[in-house]
Structure formats: C-alpha cells, structure tokens
Design a protein around this ligand. Structure first.
Ligand SMILES: *[C@@H]1O[C@H](CO)[C@@H](O)[C@H](O)[C@H]1NC(C)=O
Ligand SMILES: *[C@@H]1O[C@H](CO)[C@@H](O)[C@H](O)[C@H]1NC(C)=O
Ligand SMILES: *[C@@H]1O[C@H](CO)[C@@H](O)[C@H](O)[C@H]1NC(C)=O
Ligand SMILES: *[C@@H]1O[C@H](CO)[C@@H](O)[C@H](O)[C@H]1NC(C)=O
Ligand SMILES: *[C@@H]1O[C@H](CO)[C@@H](O)[C@H](O)[C@H]1NC(C)=O
Ligand SMILES: *[C@@H]1O[C@H](CO)[C@@H](O)[C@H](O)[C@H]1NC(C)=O
Length: 575
C-alpha cells in the first residue's frame, strides 16, 4: 500500500466516525438531556434543590408585604359609604423551613412539616408596627355569626353582654396586635366556658397570632418525582388524609402542587395548587407567554375557575363515584368521613336544586355525571357573589372570605358599599410564571385579600342596622422572582439542546466532506496519473457548484462500501 492510501484511509475513517458522532449528538442528545433533567429535578436527600427546599434562608430574601385597610369613617356607617385607606406596605421577610422530613421510597413521596417564620423589616416598610389601624371588630362579628342559628335567648344574652360592655362594631389596634402579637378580648376569654364548638384554643386574637414559626401548616405528603417526574411536587396527603373535612365531596379532595416544584414540560393548560391557608386547591388558568429576564415562560393566573360561584368542572371518573346522582353515596361519604374525624354526623345533604341549576351549564353537557358545579360544592349552603372564596369552614367558623386585592376580578357589587379601593391587573392579580421545559418558576406574585362578612342581626342590637358588606381587612403580596444570575444559568441550560444540535450537524457536514474528499481523491488517483493532485483539488473547490456537492452527498448516503461505478459517474460529471 502506498503511503497516500494510508493517509486517506484514516481520513475516511475519521469522516465516518464524525458522521456517526454527529448523528448521535442530534438524535440521542435530547433523550439524554431529558434524562439528566429528570434526575436533576426530582427531589431526593442528595438533589441540588433539597437544601434550598429544606431551608430558604440562604436564598435571596423573600418578602411578604402586608397592606392593611384603615376604616376612616366608622361612625358614619349608615350615612355614607364605608371609606378605607390602604396603609403600608409592612415588609416581613419570610423564611420557610421543613422539619421531620421522611422520604418514603416505597411510594416515591416525602412527608414533612413546614414552618414559616417572618421577620419585620422596618427599613423597607412604609410605617411601623405601632401604627394604629381601625377596622371591623372581627370578634363581635364572628360571635354573632356563630350563634345566629341558636335559640333566641342565647342571642339575646350576647346582645345584652355587648351593650353592657359598650362594645362597638369596630376596633382600633396596632399593626403588630392585628397581625402577629394579637390582643386579648373579653369575648374570646368567655367563649372558653361557652359551648361553642370548633373554637381555637388561642387566648388572643390576631390574623397571624401563633403562626410565626409554628407547625400549623400541618404535615404534608408530597410526590418526589423519583420514578415519574410528571408527578413532582404534587400533594398527596395533608395531616395524613387525602381529603379535608371542610368542603363537600368531591371538592374536599386534596390535589395539586405544593407550589414549590412543578414538573417539567408544561403545557398551556390549567395548573392546580393546593393551599393549606385556604384549605382547598386553586386553579390557575394559562394566560399567555411572557419573557422574564430573557427567559420565556408560561403565565398562569387566578380567574373565573377559582373565583366564580358557578364553575363546572369534570372530575376524573374514579372520583365521580363519590357523587353519582343515583345513589346517596355523597351523604354517606360525608358522614362517614366526619365520624372518623370525631365529629357528630349532622351533615347537610346536597339539595336537589343544585343539580337542576347545573343543567343550565353551557360548557359541559347536561347529564354528564362527572361534571360538578364546584362553585356550589365550595360555598357550603349559601353562595357568595363571584370573586370571593368562602373559608369560613377552614377558619373556625369566622365569616372570612378570600378575594384578590381590591376585589380585582370580583363582582362589582362588592365595591358598591365601600370607597377607597381601586383594582388593577398590575398590582392585584395572582400569577405564576413557569419556564415550560423545566417547570422552574420564573416569577410568582401571590396576592390575596382577607375580608370579613358583616351582616345585620335581628336580635343582637349592636348589629341591628348594619348593612351586609364584605369588609376588606388586609391584603398581602408574596413575590418571588429568579435573579439575573439564575436566569443566565437557565438561559444557558435552555440553549444547550440547540447548541448540541448545531454542533451535531456541523460535525456531520465535516465528516461527509472528509469522506467525500477522500473518495474523490482515491478514485482520481486510481484513474489518472498522480500529476495534478493539487490542481484537481483546487478544481473541486472552484467548480464546486451545488451539483458537485449534491453528488457527494448522494454517494455517501447511498452506500458505505463505495460503489466504484457510481464514483466513475462522478468523474464524468466533473470533467
Ligand atoms: C387610620 O385612620 C385614623 C382615623 O382616620 C387615623 O387617626 C390613623 O392615623 C390612621 N392610621 C394610619 C396608620 O394611617
Ligand atoms: C406610604 O404611606 C403613605 C400614607 O399611608 C401613602 O400616602 C404612600 O403612598 C405610601 N407609600 C408607598 C410607597 O406605598
Ligand atoms: C417571629 O419569630 C422570630 C423568632 O422565632 C422572631 O425573631 C420574629 O421577630 C418573629 N416575627 C414577628 C413578626 O413577630
Ligand atoms: C406513602 O408512604 C408513607 C409511609 O408509609 C405514608 O405515610 C404516606 O401516607 C404514603 N403516601 C401515599 C400517597 O400513599
Ligand atoms: C360560607 O361557608 C359556611 C360554612 O361552609 C356556610 O355556613 C356559609 O353559609 C357560607 N357563607 C356564604 C355567604 O356563602
Ligand atoms: C354568583 O355570582 C353572580 C355574579 O357575581 C351573582 O350575580 C349571583 O347572585 C351569585 N350566585 C349566588 C347563588 O350567590
């Protein structure tokens, strides 16, 4: 063999190798990439996300901003509209820690207790914790609400008690008392000796009283995504149960993400989150694609499906058995469930007219047994105007209702009796933006407003003449965004598949070029005298119009064991 042959042979082999490598990069890389991604995203004691999930204190600070509503004209209740000014924001740095973490490999879940701790940040805040704010007296309103179905005498004695202590329907307290440190109240102290069921054992009143650093979020059981990454982050159990006792079947189902992990490969469909604060799942609807620090994300937002009082939803068939219209399983399950929990079985059955109003539905077919009016199954009797979420059952019977801040996206009648609220999308929506390929949250703006229902009572003198109003108490915002550094890493990661594809294609082209050149030179050498090696190479370059290139491609694609006759034809074309 001539030395020339050796050289060209090794070039040919190199070319083949490059073609194979390029193909592998193009076709195998996406699979490999997704496998790496799945492995990286799943939660395990050794995964990258574990430490940050366990304790968020090393992350960039996350703040809960609270705005309180100050009722400035409580004396003029029946004369003028209720007027509110928004005070704050008061900034609280939020740290989340997970305790008692147990990984259950047999069912690919992790069980944990979440603790949230808040630290007031005076510098960022617009005001101090000693600011005095006036608003509805929730103790009076709750007490009257709780005993409104009791017999007349009980209600009369409460009425007398309130008058004799010259209670008002409003109260002025400092921000700290209203939120974290709480305040004592004679009615609360008294309720300890009264036969009021389901009263919390607190001695003070405050929206976050005893919540700071406590384990009151309960014990959660969440999917780790170990075998099936599409399950990552889904809550399976809350306090050892897969249902809550707060809403009717099937709305008592525990479902949705815990909000910290979202599986990769997001689609433009609804996503669901389970909120322990309001004891129910919340649906976010796909709103659009947005760009956050140069990373594209899908934006999901709270809308009609959660806020409406008439929303239909199809439950999967295995859940549908719980509310088959032909049987009484519904009541059976409710009562069984309650007695298990140690409650007496005085459950309200679902009235028939629930079903008839369901039939007016447009989105779903009339007699689909799987379709449930979730609006009705969440409101537990009386329903609210749209835009409110009734959390009375989950708040110890206090008439508390959640909405978006400033009653954004709610029925405008809620704004009629009050002044000072100005809903806007930018400031008052609740949105989650996820990077679709990895499911990593790019931005979360969690915002809720807490309202209390004030309604007239015929028997309790203090509330004889008050109007029925959903009174806004305060609202909060928890905003988390990826930092520029995280975004830049994410951009690199997301560019990787395209980079790999381009590299793969380039390598294939180089490989093909090598094989082609070697083959060309080989056959030229075989046919002609070795005189014009250099010039012929040049000729290829110069005359390399599209035709030549196509011929090269044809040849390499067609056969590995270079067909001699085919290459002769190549010569014919070149010369
Ligand atoms: C709330 O309103 C009252 C009465 O209008 C006022 O005295 C008080 O300063 C206000 N509180 C804050 C924090 O602005
Ligand atoms: C701070 O509070 C004052 C009075 O409550 C209000 O007028 C002002 O707009 C607030 N500033 C910010 C940045 O929210
Ligand atoms: C919450 O508790 C921590 C200590 O456990 C304390 O330092 C912090 O001030 C508390 N936050 C509030 C708002 O009371
Ligand atoms: C998974 O297993 C653990 C431990 O046995 C158990 O506590 C948990 O409830 C199980 N979760 C589910 C969803 O079955
Ligand atoms: C809110 O829910 C409670 C308990 O589920 C129910 O008794 C009450 O009637 C509801 N209130 C409204 C206004 O929907
Ligand atoms: C449901 O909401 C709509 C719009 O806010 C309201 O008109 C209707 O009265 C509500 N339904 C019930 C049963 O309260």
């Amino acid at each position: 063999m001539k030395p020339w042959m050796n050289k060209s042979l090794s070039f040919g082999i190199l070319g083949l190798f490059l073609v194979a490598l390029g193909n592998a990069l193009c076709f195998l890389w996406p699979t490999v990439f997704h496998q790496i991604l799945q492995k990286e995203l799943a939660l395990s004691p050794t995964s990258r996300s574990f430490e940050l999930w366990k304790d968020t204190s090393s992350l960039p600070p996350m703040y809960m901003k609270i705005y309180l509503y100050n009722w400035t004209n409580p004396e003029e209740l029946n004369v003028k509209k209720m007027h509110f000014t928004q005070v704050g924001p008061y900034y609280f740095r939020e740290i989340r820690q997970k305790d008692n973490i147990t990984f259950n490999h047999e069912n690919k879940t992790v069980s944990y207790v979440q603790r949230r701790t808040w630290y007031f940040d005076e510098k960022l805040s617009n005001g101090s914790l000693t600011d005095v704010v006036t608003n509805l007296d929730i103790v009076v309103v709750t007490a009257v609400h709780k005993i409104r179905y009791w017999d007349h005498d009980w209600q009369k004695s409460l009425s007398f008690l309130l008058s004799s202590t010259s209670r008002r329907y409003y109260i002025s307290k400092t921000v700290d008392e209203l939120l974290f440190s709480g305040y004592t109240d004679s009615l609360v102290t008294m309720s300890k000796i009264m036969p009021v069921e389901d009263v919390p054992t607190y001695d003070r009143v405050g929206w976050f009283y005893m919540r700071n650093g406590s384990d009151m979020d309960g014990r959660l059981n969440m999917e780790t995504g170990e075998d099936d990454i599409s399950q990552l982050g889904i809550i399976r159990k809350w306090n050892y149960r897969d249902t809550t006792r707060f809403f009717k079947i099937p709305c008592n189902t525990i479902e949705g993400s815990a909000g910290e992990f979202w599986p990769p490969n997001r689609e433009k469909t609804d996503i669901t989150l389970f909120s322990v604060d309001i004891c129910r799942p919340i649906t976010y609807e796909y709103e659009g694609t947005v760009s956050h620090l140069g990373v594209e994300g899908y934006r999901y937002t709270i809308d009609k499906k959660t806020l409406g009082n008439d929303t239909r939803r199809r439950y999967p068939h295995e859940q549908a058995k719980f509310f088959e219209p032909t049987t009484t399983t519904e009541d059976f399950f409710v009562s069984e469930h309650l007695s298990e929990m140690g409650f007496t079985t005085t459950t309200e059955s679902v009235p028939d007219n629930d079903r008839s109003s369901e039939k007016s539905s447009s989105e779903y077919s009339d007699d689909d047994p799987d379709v449930v009016n979730t609006g009705h199954c969440y409101c537990g009797g009386e329903c609210t105007p749209s835009g409110l979420i009734n959390v009375t059952a989950c708040r110890f019977g206090a008439p508390v209702f959640i909405s978006l801040p400033h009653f954004y996206k709610a029925d405008p009648i809620l704004l009629d009796p009050i002044e000072g609220l100005t809903p806007s999308d930018k400031d008052h929506g609740f949105t989650i933006t996820l990077e679709p390929m990895t499911g990593i949250p790019l931005e979360v703006s969690a915002r809720f407003q807490i309202n209390v229902l004030m309604q007239p009572s015929e028997i309790v003198t203090l509330l004889n003449n008050v109007p029925k109003v959903y009174v806004p108490m305060f609202w909060f915002e928890l905003k988390v965004q990826v930092t520029e550094e995280m975004a830049s890493n994410l951009r690199k990661l997301l560019a990787l598949p395209i980079v790999m594809l381009s590299v793969g294609i380039t390598i294939i082209i180089i490989g093909l070029g090598l094989i082609g050149t070697v083959a060309f030179l080989y056959f030229r050498k075989k046919r002609q005298t070795p005189a014009t090696d250099a010039t012929s190479e040049k000729a290829v370059d110069e005359s390399s119009d599209k035709k030549t290139e196509m011929v090269y491609m044809d040849k390499t694609n067609s056969n590995e064991d270079a067909n001699v006759r085919g290459d002769r034809r190549l010569y014919a074309k070149l010369y």
